[in-house]
Design a binder for this molecule. Structure first.
Ligand code: MLT
Length: 334
C-alpha cells in the first residue's frame, strides 16, 4: 500500500504530465502500403505533424506501415465502409474503384514531377477528388510523388522490348498496366502489392515495376538485380480519408484535415527532390545494375501510346478527359 503522501505526489505528477502533453482526442489509423523510408511514410508523417499543429493537439494519427492493415486495394474498401480512417496507397490501386483516376496511370501521360504536381494540385486534380468520392466513397486529401516506376528483374539487363520477352513480370491488379505490358508483347502477372516481395523472393515472378523510392523502402534490392529506367508511369500515391469519417467532422475539423493534406503534399514534392538521386546511388552501391532503354525508349513509348490509350477512353470518362490533361500540360491532344 502507498502512503497518503506518495499518493498525493503521484496525483500531482499525473496532473502535471497531463497538462504538459495535451492528450490527442483522436488518434486516426492510417494504413500505409510501403515500408519505412519511402514517399508514403514521408507524406504520412508530414500529414500527422500538420494535423496536430492545426488542431492544437486534438487530432493525431498513427501510421501502420508495410500493409499491416491490409493490401492497398483492400484498404480502399475498408475506408469506404468506415472501418479504416485513412490510407496511403499508389493511385493505380484506386483505379479499380474509380476508373477516372486511370488517366493518371495511362502510359507516358505524366512525364515529370512538375507534370504530376500541376495535374494533382490543379482543377483536374479536384475533379478527380470529386469523382473518387462519388465512385469509391473515399476522398483524396493529399498526394505523394514517388518518381517514375522503373522496371526491375532478377534475370538480365533489359534495354529493348525484345529483351523483355520471356520475363514474368508482376503488375498491380490494374487493367491499364496489364494492357501496357501486353502492348510490349508479354502477359504480366497481376498480383496484390502485399504479396509482391515474397513472390520476387520465391521467384514466382522475375520482376516488377515501382519507383526507386519504393524499391528502396521495400528492400527489393535484396531480391532484384537489374533496373531499367522506363518512364511509362510517374507514380502518384494519394492519401485518402474515409468519406464517412470526413462527413462526420465539423467544418473546422474538415478544414484542418484538408489543410494538413495540402501541407503534406508540398512536403512530398520536396522529399522526392531531396532524396531520389541519393536513393538511386545507394541502390547501385548495393549492387543493382541500372540501364537506360535503347533509342530513348522510342519503341516502348510508341507501342504503349498507340494501343493502350484508345482502349481506355471510355473508362476514364471519354477521350476529352485525356485531352484535358494533355492540354493543361501544354502537349498535343489526340
Ligand atoms: C503497387 O505496385 O501495387 C504499388 O505501386 C505499390 C506502392 O504503393 O508502392
Amino acid at each position: 500500500t502507498f502512503s497518503p503522501r506518495t499518493l498525493r505526489r503521484a496525483t500531482v505528477l499525473a496532473m502535471l504530465l497531463a497538462s504538459a502533453v495535451p492528450a490527442a482526442a483522436r488518434d486516426f489509423r492510417i494504413a500505409v502500403g510501403d515500408g519505412a523510408g519511402g514517399t508514403q511514410e514521408a507524406l504520412g508523417l508530414a500529414f500527422i505533424k500538420a494535423l496536430e499543429e492545426k488542431s492544437g493537439g486534438a487530432d493525431s494519427g498513427t501510421l501502420f506501415l508495410n500493409g499491416q492493415l491490409g493490401d492497398e486495394q483492400d484498404t480502399v474498401t475498408a475506408a469506404a465502409t468506415g472501418t479504416l480512417d485513412f490510407s496511403i496507397l499508389a493511385i493505380n490501386n484506386i483505379t479499380p474503384f474509380s476508373p477516372s483516376v486511370g488517366t493518371l496511370t495511362l502510359p507516358y501521360v505524366i512525364l515529370s514531377l512538375e507534370d504530376a504536381e500541376k495535374i494533382t494540385q490543379g482543377e483536374i486534380g479536384q475533379q478527380m477528388v470529386d469523382r473518387t468520392v462519388e465512385d469509391a466513397g473515399v476522398r483524396i486529401i493529399g498526394w505523394a510523388y514517388s518518381g517514375f516506376r522503373v522496371l526491375t528483374n532478377s534475370k538480365k539487363p533489359v534495354t529493348t522490348v525484345a529483351d523483355l520477352q520471356g520475363l514474368v513480370v508482376r503488375v498491380p491488379k490494374n487493367e491499364i498496366m496489364i494492357e501496357t505490358y501486353k502492348s510490349w508483347g508479354i502477359n504480366p502477372t497481376p498480383m496484390a502489392w502485399s504479396e509482391t516481395f515474397a513472390a520476387l523472393q520465391q521467384k514466382v515472378v522475375d520482376g516488377q515495376d515501382n519507383p526507386y523510392m519504393t524499391v528502396h523502402a521495400m528492400k527489393f534490392d535484396e531480391v532484384q538485380k537489374y533496373v531499367t529506367n522506363i518512364r511509362y508511369i510517374f507514380s502518384i500515391e494519394p492519401l485518402i480519408v474515409s468519406e464517412q469519417l470526413f462527413q462526420s467532422l465539423s467544418p473546422e475539423e474538415q478544414a484542418n484535415v484538408l489543410a494538413a493534406g495540402h501541407e503534406a503534399t508540398l512536403a512530398s514534392g520536396q522529399f522526392l527532390r531531396d532524396q531520389e538521386a541519393q536513393i538511386k546511388t545507394d541502390l547501385a552501391a548495393k549492387g543493382m545494375e541500372i540501364s537506360d532503354p535503347a533509342d530513348g525508349e522510342a519503341e516502348f513509348i510508341e507501342r504503349a501510346t498507340a494501343t493502350v490509350w484508345p482502349k481506355f477512353y471510355d473508362s476514364i470518362g471519354g477521350k476529352e478527359v485525356l485531352n484535358g490533361v494533355l492540354a493543361s500540360l501544354g502537349r498535343p491532344t489526340v
